[in-house]
Write a protein that binds this ligand. Sequence first.
Ligand code: FAD
Length: 546
Amino acid sequence: MSDKFDVIVIGTGAGGGTLAHTIARTGKRILLLERGDFLTRELGNWDPGPVFVDGRYISPDTWYDGDGTPFQPQVHYFVGGATKMYGAALYRLRPEDFGDIRHIDGISPAWPLSYADFEPWYAMAEWLYQVHGSHGEDPTEGPCSRQYPWPPVSHEPRIQGISDALAQGGYHPFHSPCGILLNEAERPASICIRCAWCDGYPCMVHAKADAEVIAVRPILDMPNVTLLRNAQVTRLETDSSGRQVTGVVVERGGDDRQEIYQGDIVVLAAGAANTARILLRSASDAHPAGLANGSDQVGRNYMFHNSKAAIALGEEVNDTVYQKTLAVNDFYLAGNGREWPLGNIQMLGKSNAEAMKGEEPHLTRLAPNWSLEDVARHAVDFWLTTEDLPKPGNRVTIDEDGSIHLDYVPSNETEAAGLYAEFRKILNHVGLARHHVLHKNYYMGMNIPIAGVAHQAGTCRFGNDPATSVLDVNCKAHELDNLYLADTSFFPSIGAVNPALTVIANAIRVGEHIADRLGASLPAEARAPAPRTEPATPASTFSRKR
Ligand SMILES: Cc1cc2nc3c(=O)[nH]c(=O)nc-3n(C[C@H](O)[C@H](O)[C@H](O)COP(=O)(O)OP(=O)(O)OC[C@H]3O[C@@H](n4cnc5c(N)ncnc54)[C@H](O)[C@@H]3O)c2cc1C
């Protein structure tokens, strides 16, 4: 195999996998370097024991918190990255998220691009990842040039009842945007059976729209694309000027054997924390504080959302299987008597007794006559998200062994409490007053707060000013001519909705820029995926209610 390529992409998750998919049809020689392997399809994929209790798919990494206490972070090293485990709730940020937003603990800063600038790539991302939804239902969403490719996933009866009760109470419930492959036209080989094993589990039948299924596998038989698995990038080397990445240093197969690959363009997309780690480990005479880090911004402004999970119990049995279909953004923005923006409320994947075991004493105290199995049968699961702020002191650093240290202090706790208060009103309204709140990380099977890094973002923000940002508006490092970043590290702020669609949209955007730079034209259908055979939601639903 040659060690010279036109483009090297490091990481095959939402950012790297999607970017590789975007540029694959240019015919340029592309090398994908992925630290993990394919995630094995096995019965354990859909078993809460191995997944939640044993943490079979969580990396054995050790990171350290600000006090130097070790913890095992919730990171997933596979082809497809974190999307192998994600819940595929694929939200756009709201237009306001692209501007300055005043929060109780400070300003969530503006992006160098507006929502209108970003919109075409959101539409492409929704079509590429086969999102089911209905633009126009949520009064907080921005204008959309294209309806989702597929109608929303319908609510099961229990969730429809909650949605109806909310609407009657003057709220604006809407269908969550879901990236699942429900139709034969989307995925003839194997379609989603709407099981309960989506959010936090790998999909055994490959019917979740994750980066492996949607972006990486479809390009693997192209002669210009090479994927190296179990290939961990440790460092990037530059020429003496420090402007060009000349070598990507890789450890293969877990041993110390090193290989060096060369690419005219290098795209780093290892996830927000690991991308910062690789840059910091690449310090040299030309870049003494770490590659692309003349501004001292690499690793800073780490964000991961101020979130909670809540299990609510009603008298009625909740026999919902696919529960992630409903969301409410009535408290997303300030206004209507609220001084501060509070965030998003959405449904979580349906919980089960096995995954709830750690919470047994609290849950059975809520309903003393019920066993944990009874509690699980009646449980309705919610996820509350408040924006956290990019604080310079919330940062990734590395020690002399190259291990990650993560300093993090949460922000906007008062807003999170406000969202929880609104949530309690909602529960009263829909007859679910008994409930128990779980710390987010505990819910995800982690017992140290900082370990729940699922929504990690920031660390290398993009911006116009090289003194305060790492990347320019095209996500090229200000200080290098051929290094781009394409994971969530580019986020200047994180909003209060799930991050994956935004990193996917940005990866398409950056991929198109790289294709243009290489003088390679992309076929039209690569820029705007063609309509599918099944009619999408009628255009009449395609207006904004605001
Ligand atoms: C349980 C869970 C549920 C989630 N649910 C949702 C959801 O419903 N909606 C949503 O929007 N988001 C969700 N997310 C978050 C979403 O998955 C991430 O925001 C998204 O995948 C981030 O994309 P990325 O490209 O930045 O990183 P990743 O997708 O993690 O990709 C990084 C890739 O880089 C590889 N890598 C790391 N280090 C190296 C190295 N040194 N060398 C080579 N390769 C390397 C990794 O193995 C990985 O493949 C969830 C995440 C988790 C864990």
